[in-house]
Design a protein around this ligand. Structure first.
Ligand SMILES: Cc1cc2nc3c(=O)[nH]c(=O)nc-3n(C[C@H](O)[C@H](O)[C@H](O)COP(=O)(O)OP(=O)(O)OC[C@H]3O[C@@H](n4cnc5c(N)ncnc54)[C@H](O)[C@@H]3O)c2cc1C
Length: 485
């Protein structure tokens, strides 16, 4: 290397950009991260959005995938200030009838016991996945390849490939069917789509393995720990550095983009061969989200006791209701009773709000690009399961899909997964390739959630991309192999 200022430049400081940066720095490369915004972290940032003293998670809030990430587990993040808090109930799912709720606990046993007649069915479904989860996670949360543990993977795949609505037929109770639907709806697509069972199984297994924790102090603390570790390896970062063209970059041997195909095309599209460019142009984004953060003068008065102990609540009622709401969203409509994901972080991390007061975080799915204000629909769903909720609101901050995208350009049309993860795009993120992190141009790579394994704060897209960078451009092997053992 002669006239290069850096071995590698990473564009974008989301969890995947920072993870790629760490893998490259650990291999001894000089690495610079350029971030468009004034703060690092992409989807994992926190700020006082409503009133002074109320710390809100602007993007991610609850972190089963971060806690369960084989890559994050290989990093000394606790030494760099990251502490996870585990609410007693990982996730609760209330129903109208009798103020009851299904609940995902740390153990399969505790969860199964809440499901009445479906107790044994739940055990049969989850126990094998949970037993093999540490090694299975390495295969499931990686790019398409021959699995390290083919038998476990095949067993998992038989259930995972199903539409969630189909898998739900194994259950008889409203509680078990609703719990499964609430999990599967994280996929942000109709629950009748094949492979929607996979996200439910992954989230439930991750919950039984390492829980659904929240970081003490907010999602920003995950970022801060990644940044601090990266800097300890000699890495450099610059904020307020939007990259609009390759000429904005200092000289380097490789550039790794923590961006999605739309931005990649606008920055570097002219360097790609026609076929690769065409594939990126055909990349599809999914539904968006409408987000609310509340400052509250007390805890949310949920009727169901399990909800009052849960970090995350899925509000949407029965499997049938959630299926209908997600289908409507996919069809371009705004459901009257949307499926709402809600987190109540300050119940377990009191420093997030002034004494005796609380923050809460929620979003619902909306059509891509929607500017409809869903405040009323979301608050109606909370009130439905927590009468008196509205009286506790001191202030709120909202973001429609346009505001979400202007906060972070990776969320095109409000799609927080960096592109829809349906069966067509599961194996073509962002193009059909066994090495999806390589682009059509030498020395240019992509590492965002538009690559496998997709959305969520886990850093695994960045880890896998960096392995390819090391092999392709530096002839090096990755210092740490993930085995999950
Ligand atoms: C409201 C919301 C709730 C979520 N909830 C959860 C959750 O609870 N749990 C969970 O695991 N995940 C959650 N997610 C998803 C998670 O945040 C993302 O999947 C994750 O952040 C993706 O990481 P990434 O590194 O691929 O990209 P991002 O985190 O999106 O980072 C991309 C970075 O690139 C920067 N950038 C963009 N364009 C440029 C440019 N031209 N030049 C320089 N920099 C640029 C952006 O500013 C950003 O910092 C949520 C996301 C949102 C928005």
């Amino acid at each position: 290397m002669t006239n290069q200022q850096y071995d590698a430049i990473i564009v974008g400081s989301g969890p995947n950009g920072l993870s790629a940066a760490i893998v490259l720095a650990r291999a001894g490369l000089s690495v610079l991260v350029l971030e468009a915004r004034s703060t690092f972290g992409g989807g994992a940032r926190s700020a006082e959005l409503t009133l002074p003293g109320f710390v809100h998670d602007i993007g991610s809030a609850v972190h089963p995938l971060a806690a369960g990430s084989p890559f994050f587990q290989s990093l000394p993040l606790a030494e760099h200030g990251l502490e996870f808090i585990y609410p007693p109930v990982a996730a609760a799912h209330p129903f109208d009838r009798d103020g009851k709720a299904a609940a995902l606990f740390g153990s399969v046993d505790d969860t199964a016991r809440t499901l009445g007649a479906d107790e044994q069915t739940y055990r049969r479904l989850l126990e094998p996945v949970v037993k093999h989860w540490p090694t299975l996670a390495v295969d499931v949360l990686g790019p398409l390849r021959f699995p390290n543990h083919p038998l476990d993977m095949a067993r998992f795949g038989l259930d995972a490939v199903l539409p969630a609505t189909f898998l739900a037929r194994r259950f008889n109770t409203t509680e078990a069917r609703g719990l499964l639907a609430g999990m599967a709806a994280h996929s942000i697509q109709p629950l009748t789509n094949v492979t929607t069972a996979a996200i439910a199984l992954v989230l439930m297994a991750a919950g039984h393995h390492r829980g659904w924790p929240i970081p003490r102090g907010g999602a920003q603390q995950i970022t801060n720990a990644l940044v601090s570790y990266f800097q300890s390896l000699g890495g450099h970062l610059e904020a307020n550095r939007p990259v609009r063209a390759m000429t904005d970059l200092p000289k380097s041997r490789v550039v790794v983009f923590d961006l999605t195909p739309k931005q990649l095309l606008s920055i570097v599209g002219d360097r790609f061969p026609t076929l690769y460019r065409k594939q990126l142009e055909q990349y599809r984004y999914g539904p968006g989200i409408f987000k609310i953060d509340w400052a509250l003068d007390g805890p949310i008065p949920f009727t169901a006791p399990a909800c009052r102990q849960a970090g995350t609540i899925h509000l949407g009622g029965t499997l049938e209701e959630i299926t209908e709401a997600e289908q409507q969203t996919y069809d371009g409509k705004h459901p009257e009773k949307p499926y709402v994901l809600l987190a109540q972080q300050s119940l377990f991390d009191p420093a997030r709000a002034p004494a005796g007061q609380q923050v809460a975080w929620a979003y619902c799915h909306v059509p891509n690009g929607s500017t409809v204000d869903m405040t009323e629909a979301i608050e109606r769903q909370v009130e439905r399961f927590a009468p008196g909720f509205r009286d506790r609101i001191l202030a709120r901050a909202t973001m429609n899909t346009a505001q979400v995208e202007s906060w972070n350009p990776n969320y095109v049309g409000g799609d927080i997964n960096g592109g829809i993860i349906d069966v067509r795009q599961l194996f073509t993120r962002p193009t059909l390739s066994l090495t999806p992190y390589r682009t059509g141009a030498t020395g240019i790579f992509i590492c965002s959630s538009a690559t496998p394994p997709g959305g969520g704060v886990h850093g695994l897209c960045g880890y896998h991309a960096a392995r390819v960078v090391l092999r392709d451009s530096f002839g090096k092997n990755t210092p740490v192999e993930l085995t999950g053992e």
